[in-house]
Every structure is written in structure tokens, then in C-alpha cells.
Design a protein around this ligand. Structure first.
Ligand SMILES: NC(=O)c1ccc[n+]([C@@H]2O[C@H](COP(=O)([O-])OP(=O)(O)OC[C@H]3O[C@@H](n4cnc5c(N)ncnc54)[C@H](OP(=O)(O)O)[C@@H]3O)[C@@H](O)[C@H]2O)c1
Length: 327
């Protein structure tokens, strides 16, 4: 038997509970993992609270991320005792995920735990931090350089935002952090933000072209925030769009793209090819100061996940939540 968060749905509705599950209920897969840590990402919050139809089939063990140790493998790349990380690939959406003490997965989905991190560190980073790293990789590949000016990060106190700030600051950028939590200014400056702005400055409808301000943007909000970010990006700049914390809509015009040559870079972490994942984890292991993870992340037990998901959806959480699935 193993403990897991279990989401079920029947004629009378949808439930989320901590359950004891028989080993035989694990899905098919070529690698079995003893999970050490998982996390709560925004998408896990959506899945657990049912705020959005993230879960495609029931019953489901949520958790898009895990770090753990291989116990059985018929996959050529992995053997018993290997320390691995999983981000995405439909875990917690179409396949049982990481908010459990045991998981069975496809070996092709796994990456090795970087040597500089513990499993807990890797989950303090999680999909949020790995996505932040994908965003920074995309902006640098576009040609964004520190001397071109400030980079805006929206949803700054969130998981993606927090780690994006730290990675950009480490890469030498001046970082403007947009937040709805002005009381967290000291936290954002500790991560490396040089300017902190109220997200209300970006969240209402605005003109298609506005005064040029940022060389580049990491946007986690979507909706008007993304539209305004594009409208204020400097000539030739780039906007890495990865989130929808404000909304999935994009009430914008093409003006920034066709008159200022601004590029909109779409970032997906779930199905990203392995080479891109490895590069993103390589940046994290090289550039992220692990000491910041104590400031960014807070640990909870598996039994606390369901209530924490509610708080996450209310936007009350700062930084990241790590889940020790064994307590
Ligand atoms: N594309 C991908 O593969 C991928 C991967 C990971 C995450 N994401 C998406 O990226 C977004 C952020 O993820 P996360 O893990 O960082 O989530 P998170 O930790 O919950 O952070 C989201 C942050 O967004 C800000 N926010 C909340 N409501 C908002 C609103 N109405 N308007 C503007 N900002 C708002 C808040 O920060 P402030 O209070 O500081 O403003 C909040 O802390 C989510 O939409 C998530 O689904 C996408």
C-alpha cells in the first residue's frame, strides 16, 4: 500500500482526499519510483480544486512533478537506485502523478537529478522553476542581453516569477518585478529585482502601443497584463509568455509585432523535448543559488496538500510549496 492524494469523480460530484492505495493500482510504465518530494504548482492547484478541467480521467493522483529514486526499471536509461526528476508529460493530468509515495512512469520522461541538488531542492524548483529557466533560455536565444535594458517579470512572487527573477539577476539583467503583493518588496529585492511595480499598472486594458520600457518580458499572467507588456516592450525585444494567472485571453493588437518587431515567444514545459529540459536544468544547476530556495520554498506534508491548493488558487502563496510525501 502507498499514500497518495486521490481525485475522484462520480454522479454526485468530485472529491479530493488522502488515500491508501494498493500497489497493483499503479498504472503501466517501465520505471517505478519511490517518490521523495513533490510540489504544488499552479496547475496542481487547478487540478485539486477542480477550478479548471486539468484532469482528463478519474480517479487521478495529481502532481505534475516528482523527485525520487528508481526501484524497478526495464528502461535502458535507468536502473534501481538512480535519482530522477519528472516534470510534466501529462503526469497528474492524464497519468498518475507525483503527489504520492510511489509512482510508475515512462523512462523517456525522466531526467537525472542534477548533482548539485537534493530531491527537495529539485522540487523547490519544480515545473515552475524549470519553466522560468525555459523562459530565460528563450530570451537569451532571441538575443536579449543585459545592456539592452530592464527585463519585466509578472506574477513576480509566484513560483515561475520568483525563480525567473533569480536566474535573470544572476545572468546580469536588471529585473522589474510586477506584483500584487507590495508587502513582498523585500523578498523580491532579495531575489534580485531592482524595480518593483504594482501589477495594477498592467492589469487593465491599454493602448496597442505604449511608451517603450522593457527590453524583454517573462509573463506568467496572460490577458491584459501580457497585452500591456507587449505594448511596452522596446523595439526588437521579446516577450516569453508562459502563464495565465490573470486569464487565458489575449486582448492585444498586432502593433508591437509589426511596428516594433517585438517577438512573442511561447513557452511550454509539459511536452518540451528532452534536450531543452536538460539545458533548462543545466542553467538551474549552474545559475541558481541553492541558498535562495530556503527563502523561496516552504515545505508541507502530503496531508496538507488539499488545503494548500485552495490557498494557492486564491493567490495567497508566496514562492513555492514543496511536499514531503513521506510525512
Ligand atoms: N507554460 C507552461 O508550461 C507553464 C509551466 C508552469 C507554470 N505555468 C503557468 O504560469 C503561471 C504561473 O505559475 P506559478 O507556478 O508561478 O503560479 P503561482 O506560484 O500560483 O504564481 C502565480 C502568481 O501570479 C500572480 N497573480 C495571481 N493572480 C493574478 C492576476 N489576476 N493577475 C495578474 N497576476 C496574478 C501572483 O503573483 P503576484 O501577487 O506577485 O502578482 C501569483 O503569485 C500559471 O498560470 C501557470 O499555469 C505554465
Amino acid at each position: 500500500m502507498f499514500s497518495a492524494v486521490l481525485l475522484e469523480k462520480d454522479g454526485s460530484g468530485r472529491t479530493a482526499r488522502l488515500a491508501e492505495l494498493a500497489e497493483e493500482r499503479l498504472p503501466e510504465g517501465d520505471v517505478t519510483v519511490d517518490v521523495e518530494y513533490s510540489t504544488l504548482n499552479y496547475k496542481d492547484g487547478l487540478a485539486i480544486t477542480g477550478s479548471s478541467p486539468v484532469v482528463r480521467n478519474f480517479p487521478m493522483v495529481p502532481g505534475i512533478d516528482l523527485a525520487g529514486v528508481v526501484t524497478e526499471s526495464t528502461h535502458a536509461d535507468w536502473k534501481r537506485g538512480d535519482r530522477v526528476v519528472l516534470n510534466g508529460w501529462g503526469a497528474g493530468e492524464t497519468r498518475w502523478g507525483g503527489l504520492a509515495r510511489r509512482a510508475r512512469l515512462e523512462g523517456d520522461w525522466l531526467v537525472p537529478l542534477p548533482a548539485v541538488f537534493t530531491g527537495r531542492d529539485a522540487m523547490a524548483i519544480g515545473t515552475a522553476g524549470y519553466t522560468a529557466s525555459l523562459c530565460v533560455d528563450a530570451l537569451l536565444a532571441h538575443g536579449t542581453r543585459p545592456e539592452q535594458g530592464e527585463v519585466l517579470v509578472t506574477g513576480a512572487t509566484g513560483g515561475v516569477g520568483s525563480i525567473a527573477i533569480a536566474l535573470l539577476a544572476e545572468a546580469g539583467f536588471e529585473v522589474a518585478a510586477s506584483t500584487g503583493k507590495p508587502a513582498e518588496e523585500a523578498y523580491l529585492r532579495e531575489l534580485g529585482a531592482t524595480t518593483v511595480l504594482d501589477r495594477a499598472e498592467l492589469s487593465e486594458g491599454g493602448k496597442p502601443l505604449q511608451k517603450e520600457r522593457w527590453a524583454a518580458v517573462v509573463d506568467t499572467a496572460g490577458s491584459h497584463t501580457l497585452a500591456n507588456a507587449c505594448a511596452r516592450t522596446r523595439y526588437g525585444g521579446a516577450v516569453a509568455a508562459c502563464g495565465l494567472a490573470q486569464g487565458m485571453d489575449f486582448p492585444a493588437s498586432v502593433a508591437p509585432f509589426i511596428l516594433r518587431g517585438v517577438s512573442l515567444l511561447g513557452i511550454d514545459s509539459v511536452m518540451a523535448p528532452k534536450a531543452r529540459r536538460l539545458a533548462a536544468w543545466e542553467r538551474l544547476s549552474r545559475d541558481l543559488d541553492v541558498r535562495l530556495l530556503d527563502t523561496i520554498a516552504r515545505e508541507i506534508a502530503l496531508g496538507e496538500v488539499i488545503t494548500a491548493a485552495d490557498r494557492l488558487m486564491k493567490g495567497e502563496v508566496r514562492g513555492r510549496i514543496v511536499v514531503d510525501v513521506n510525512r
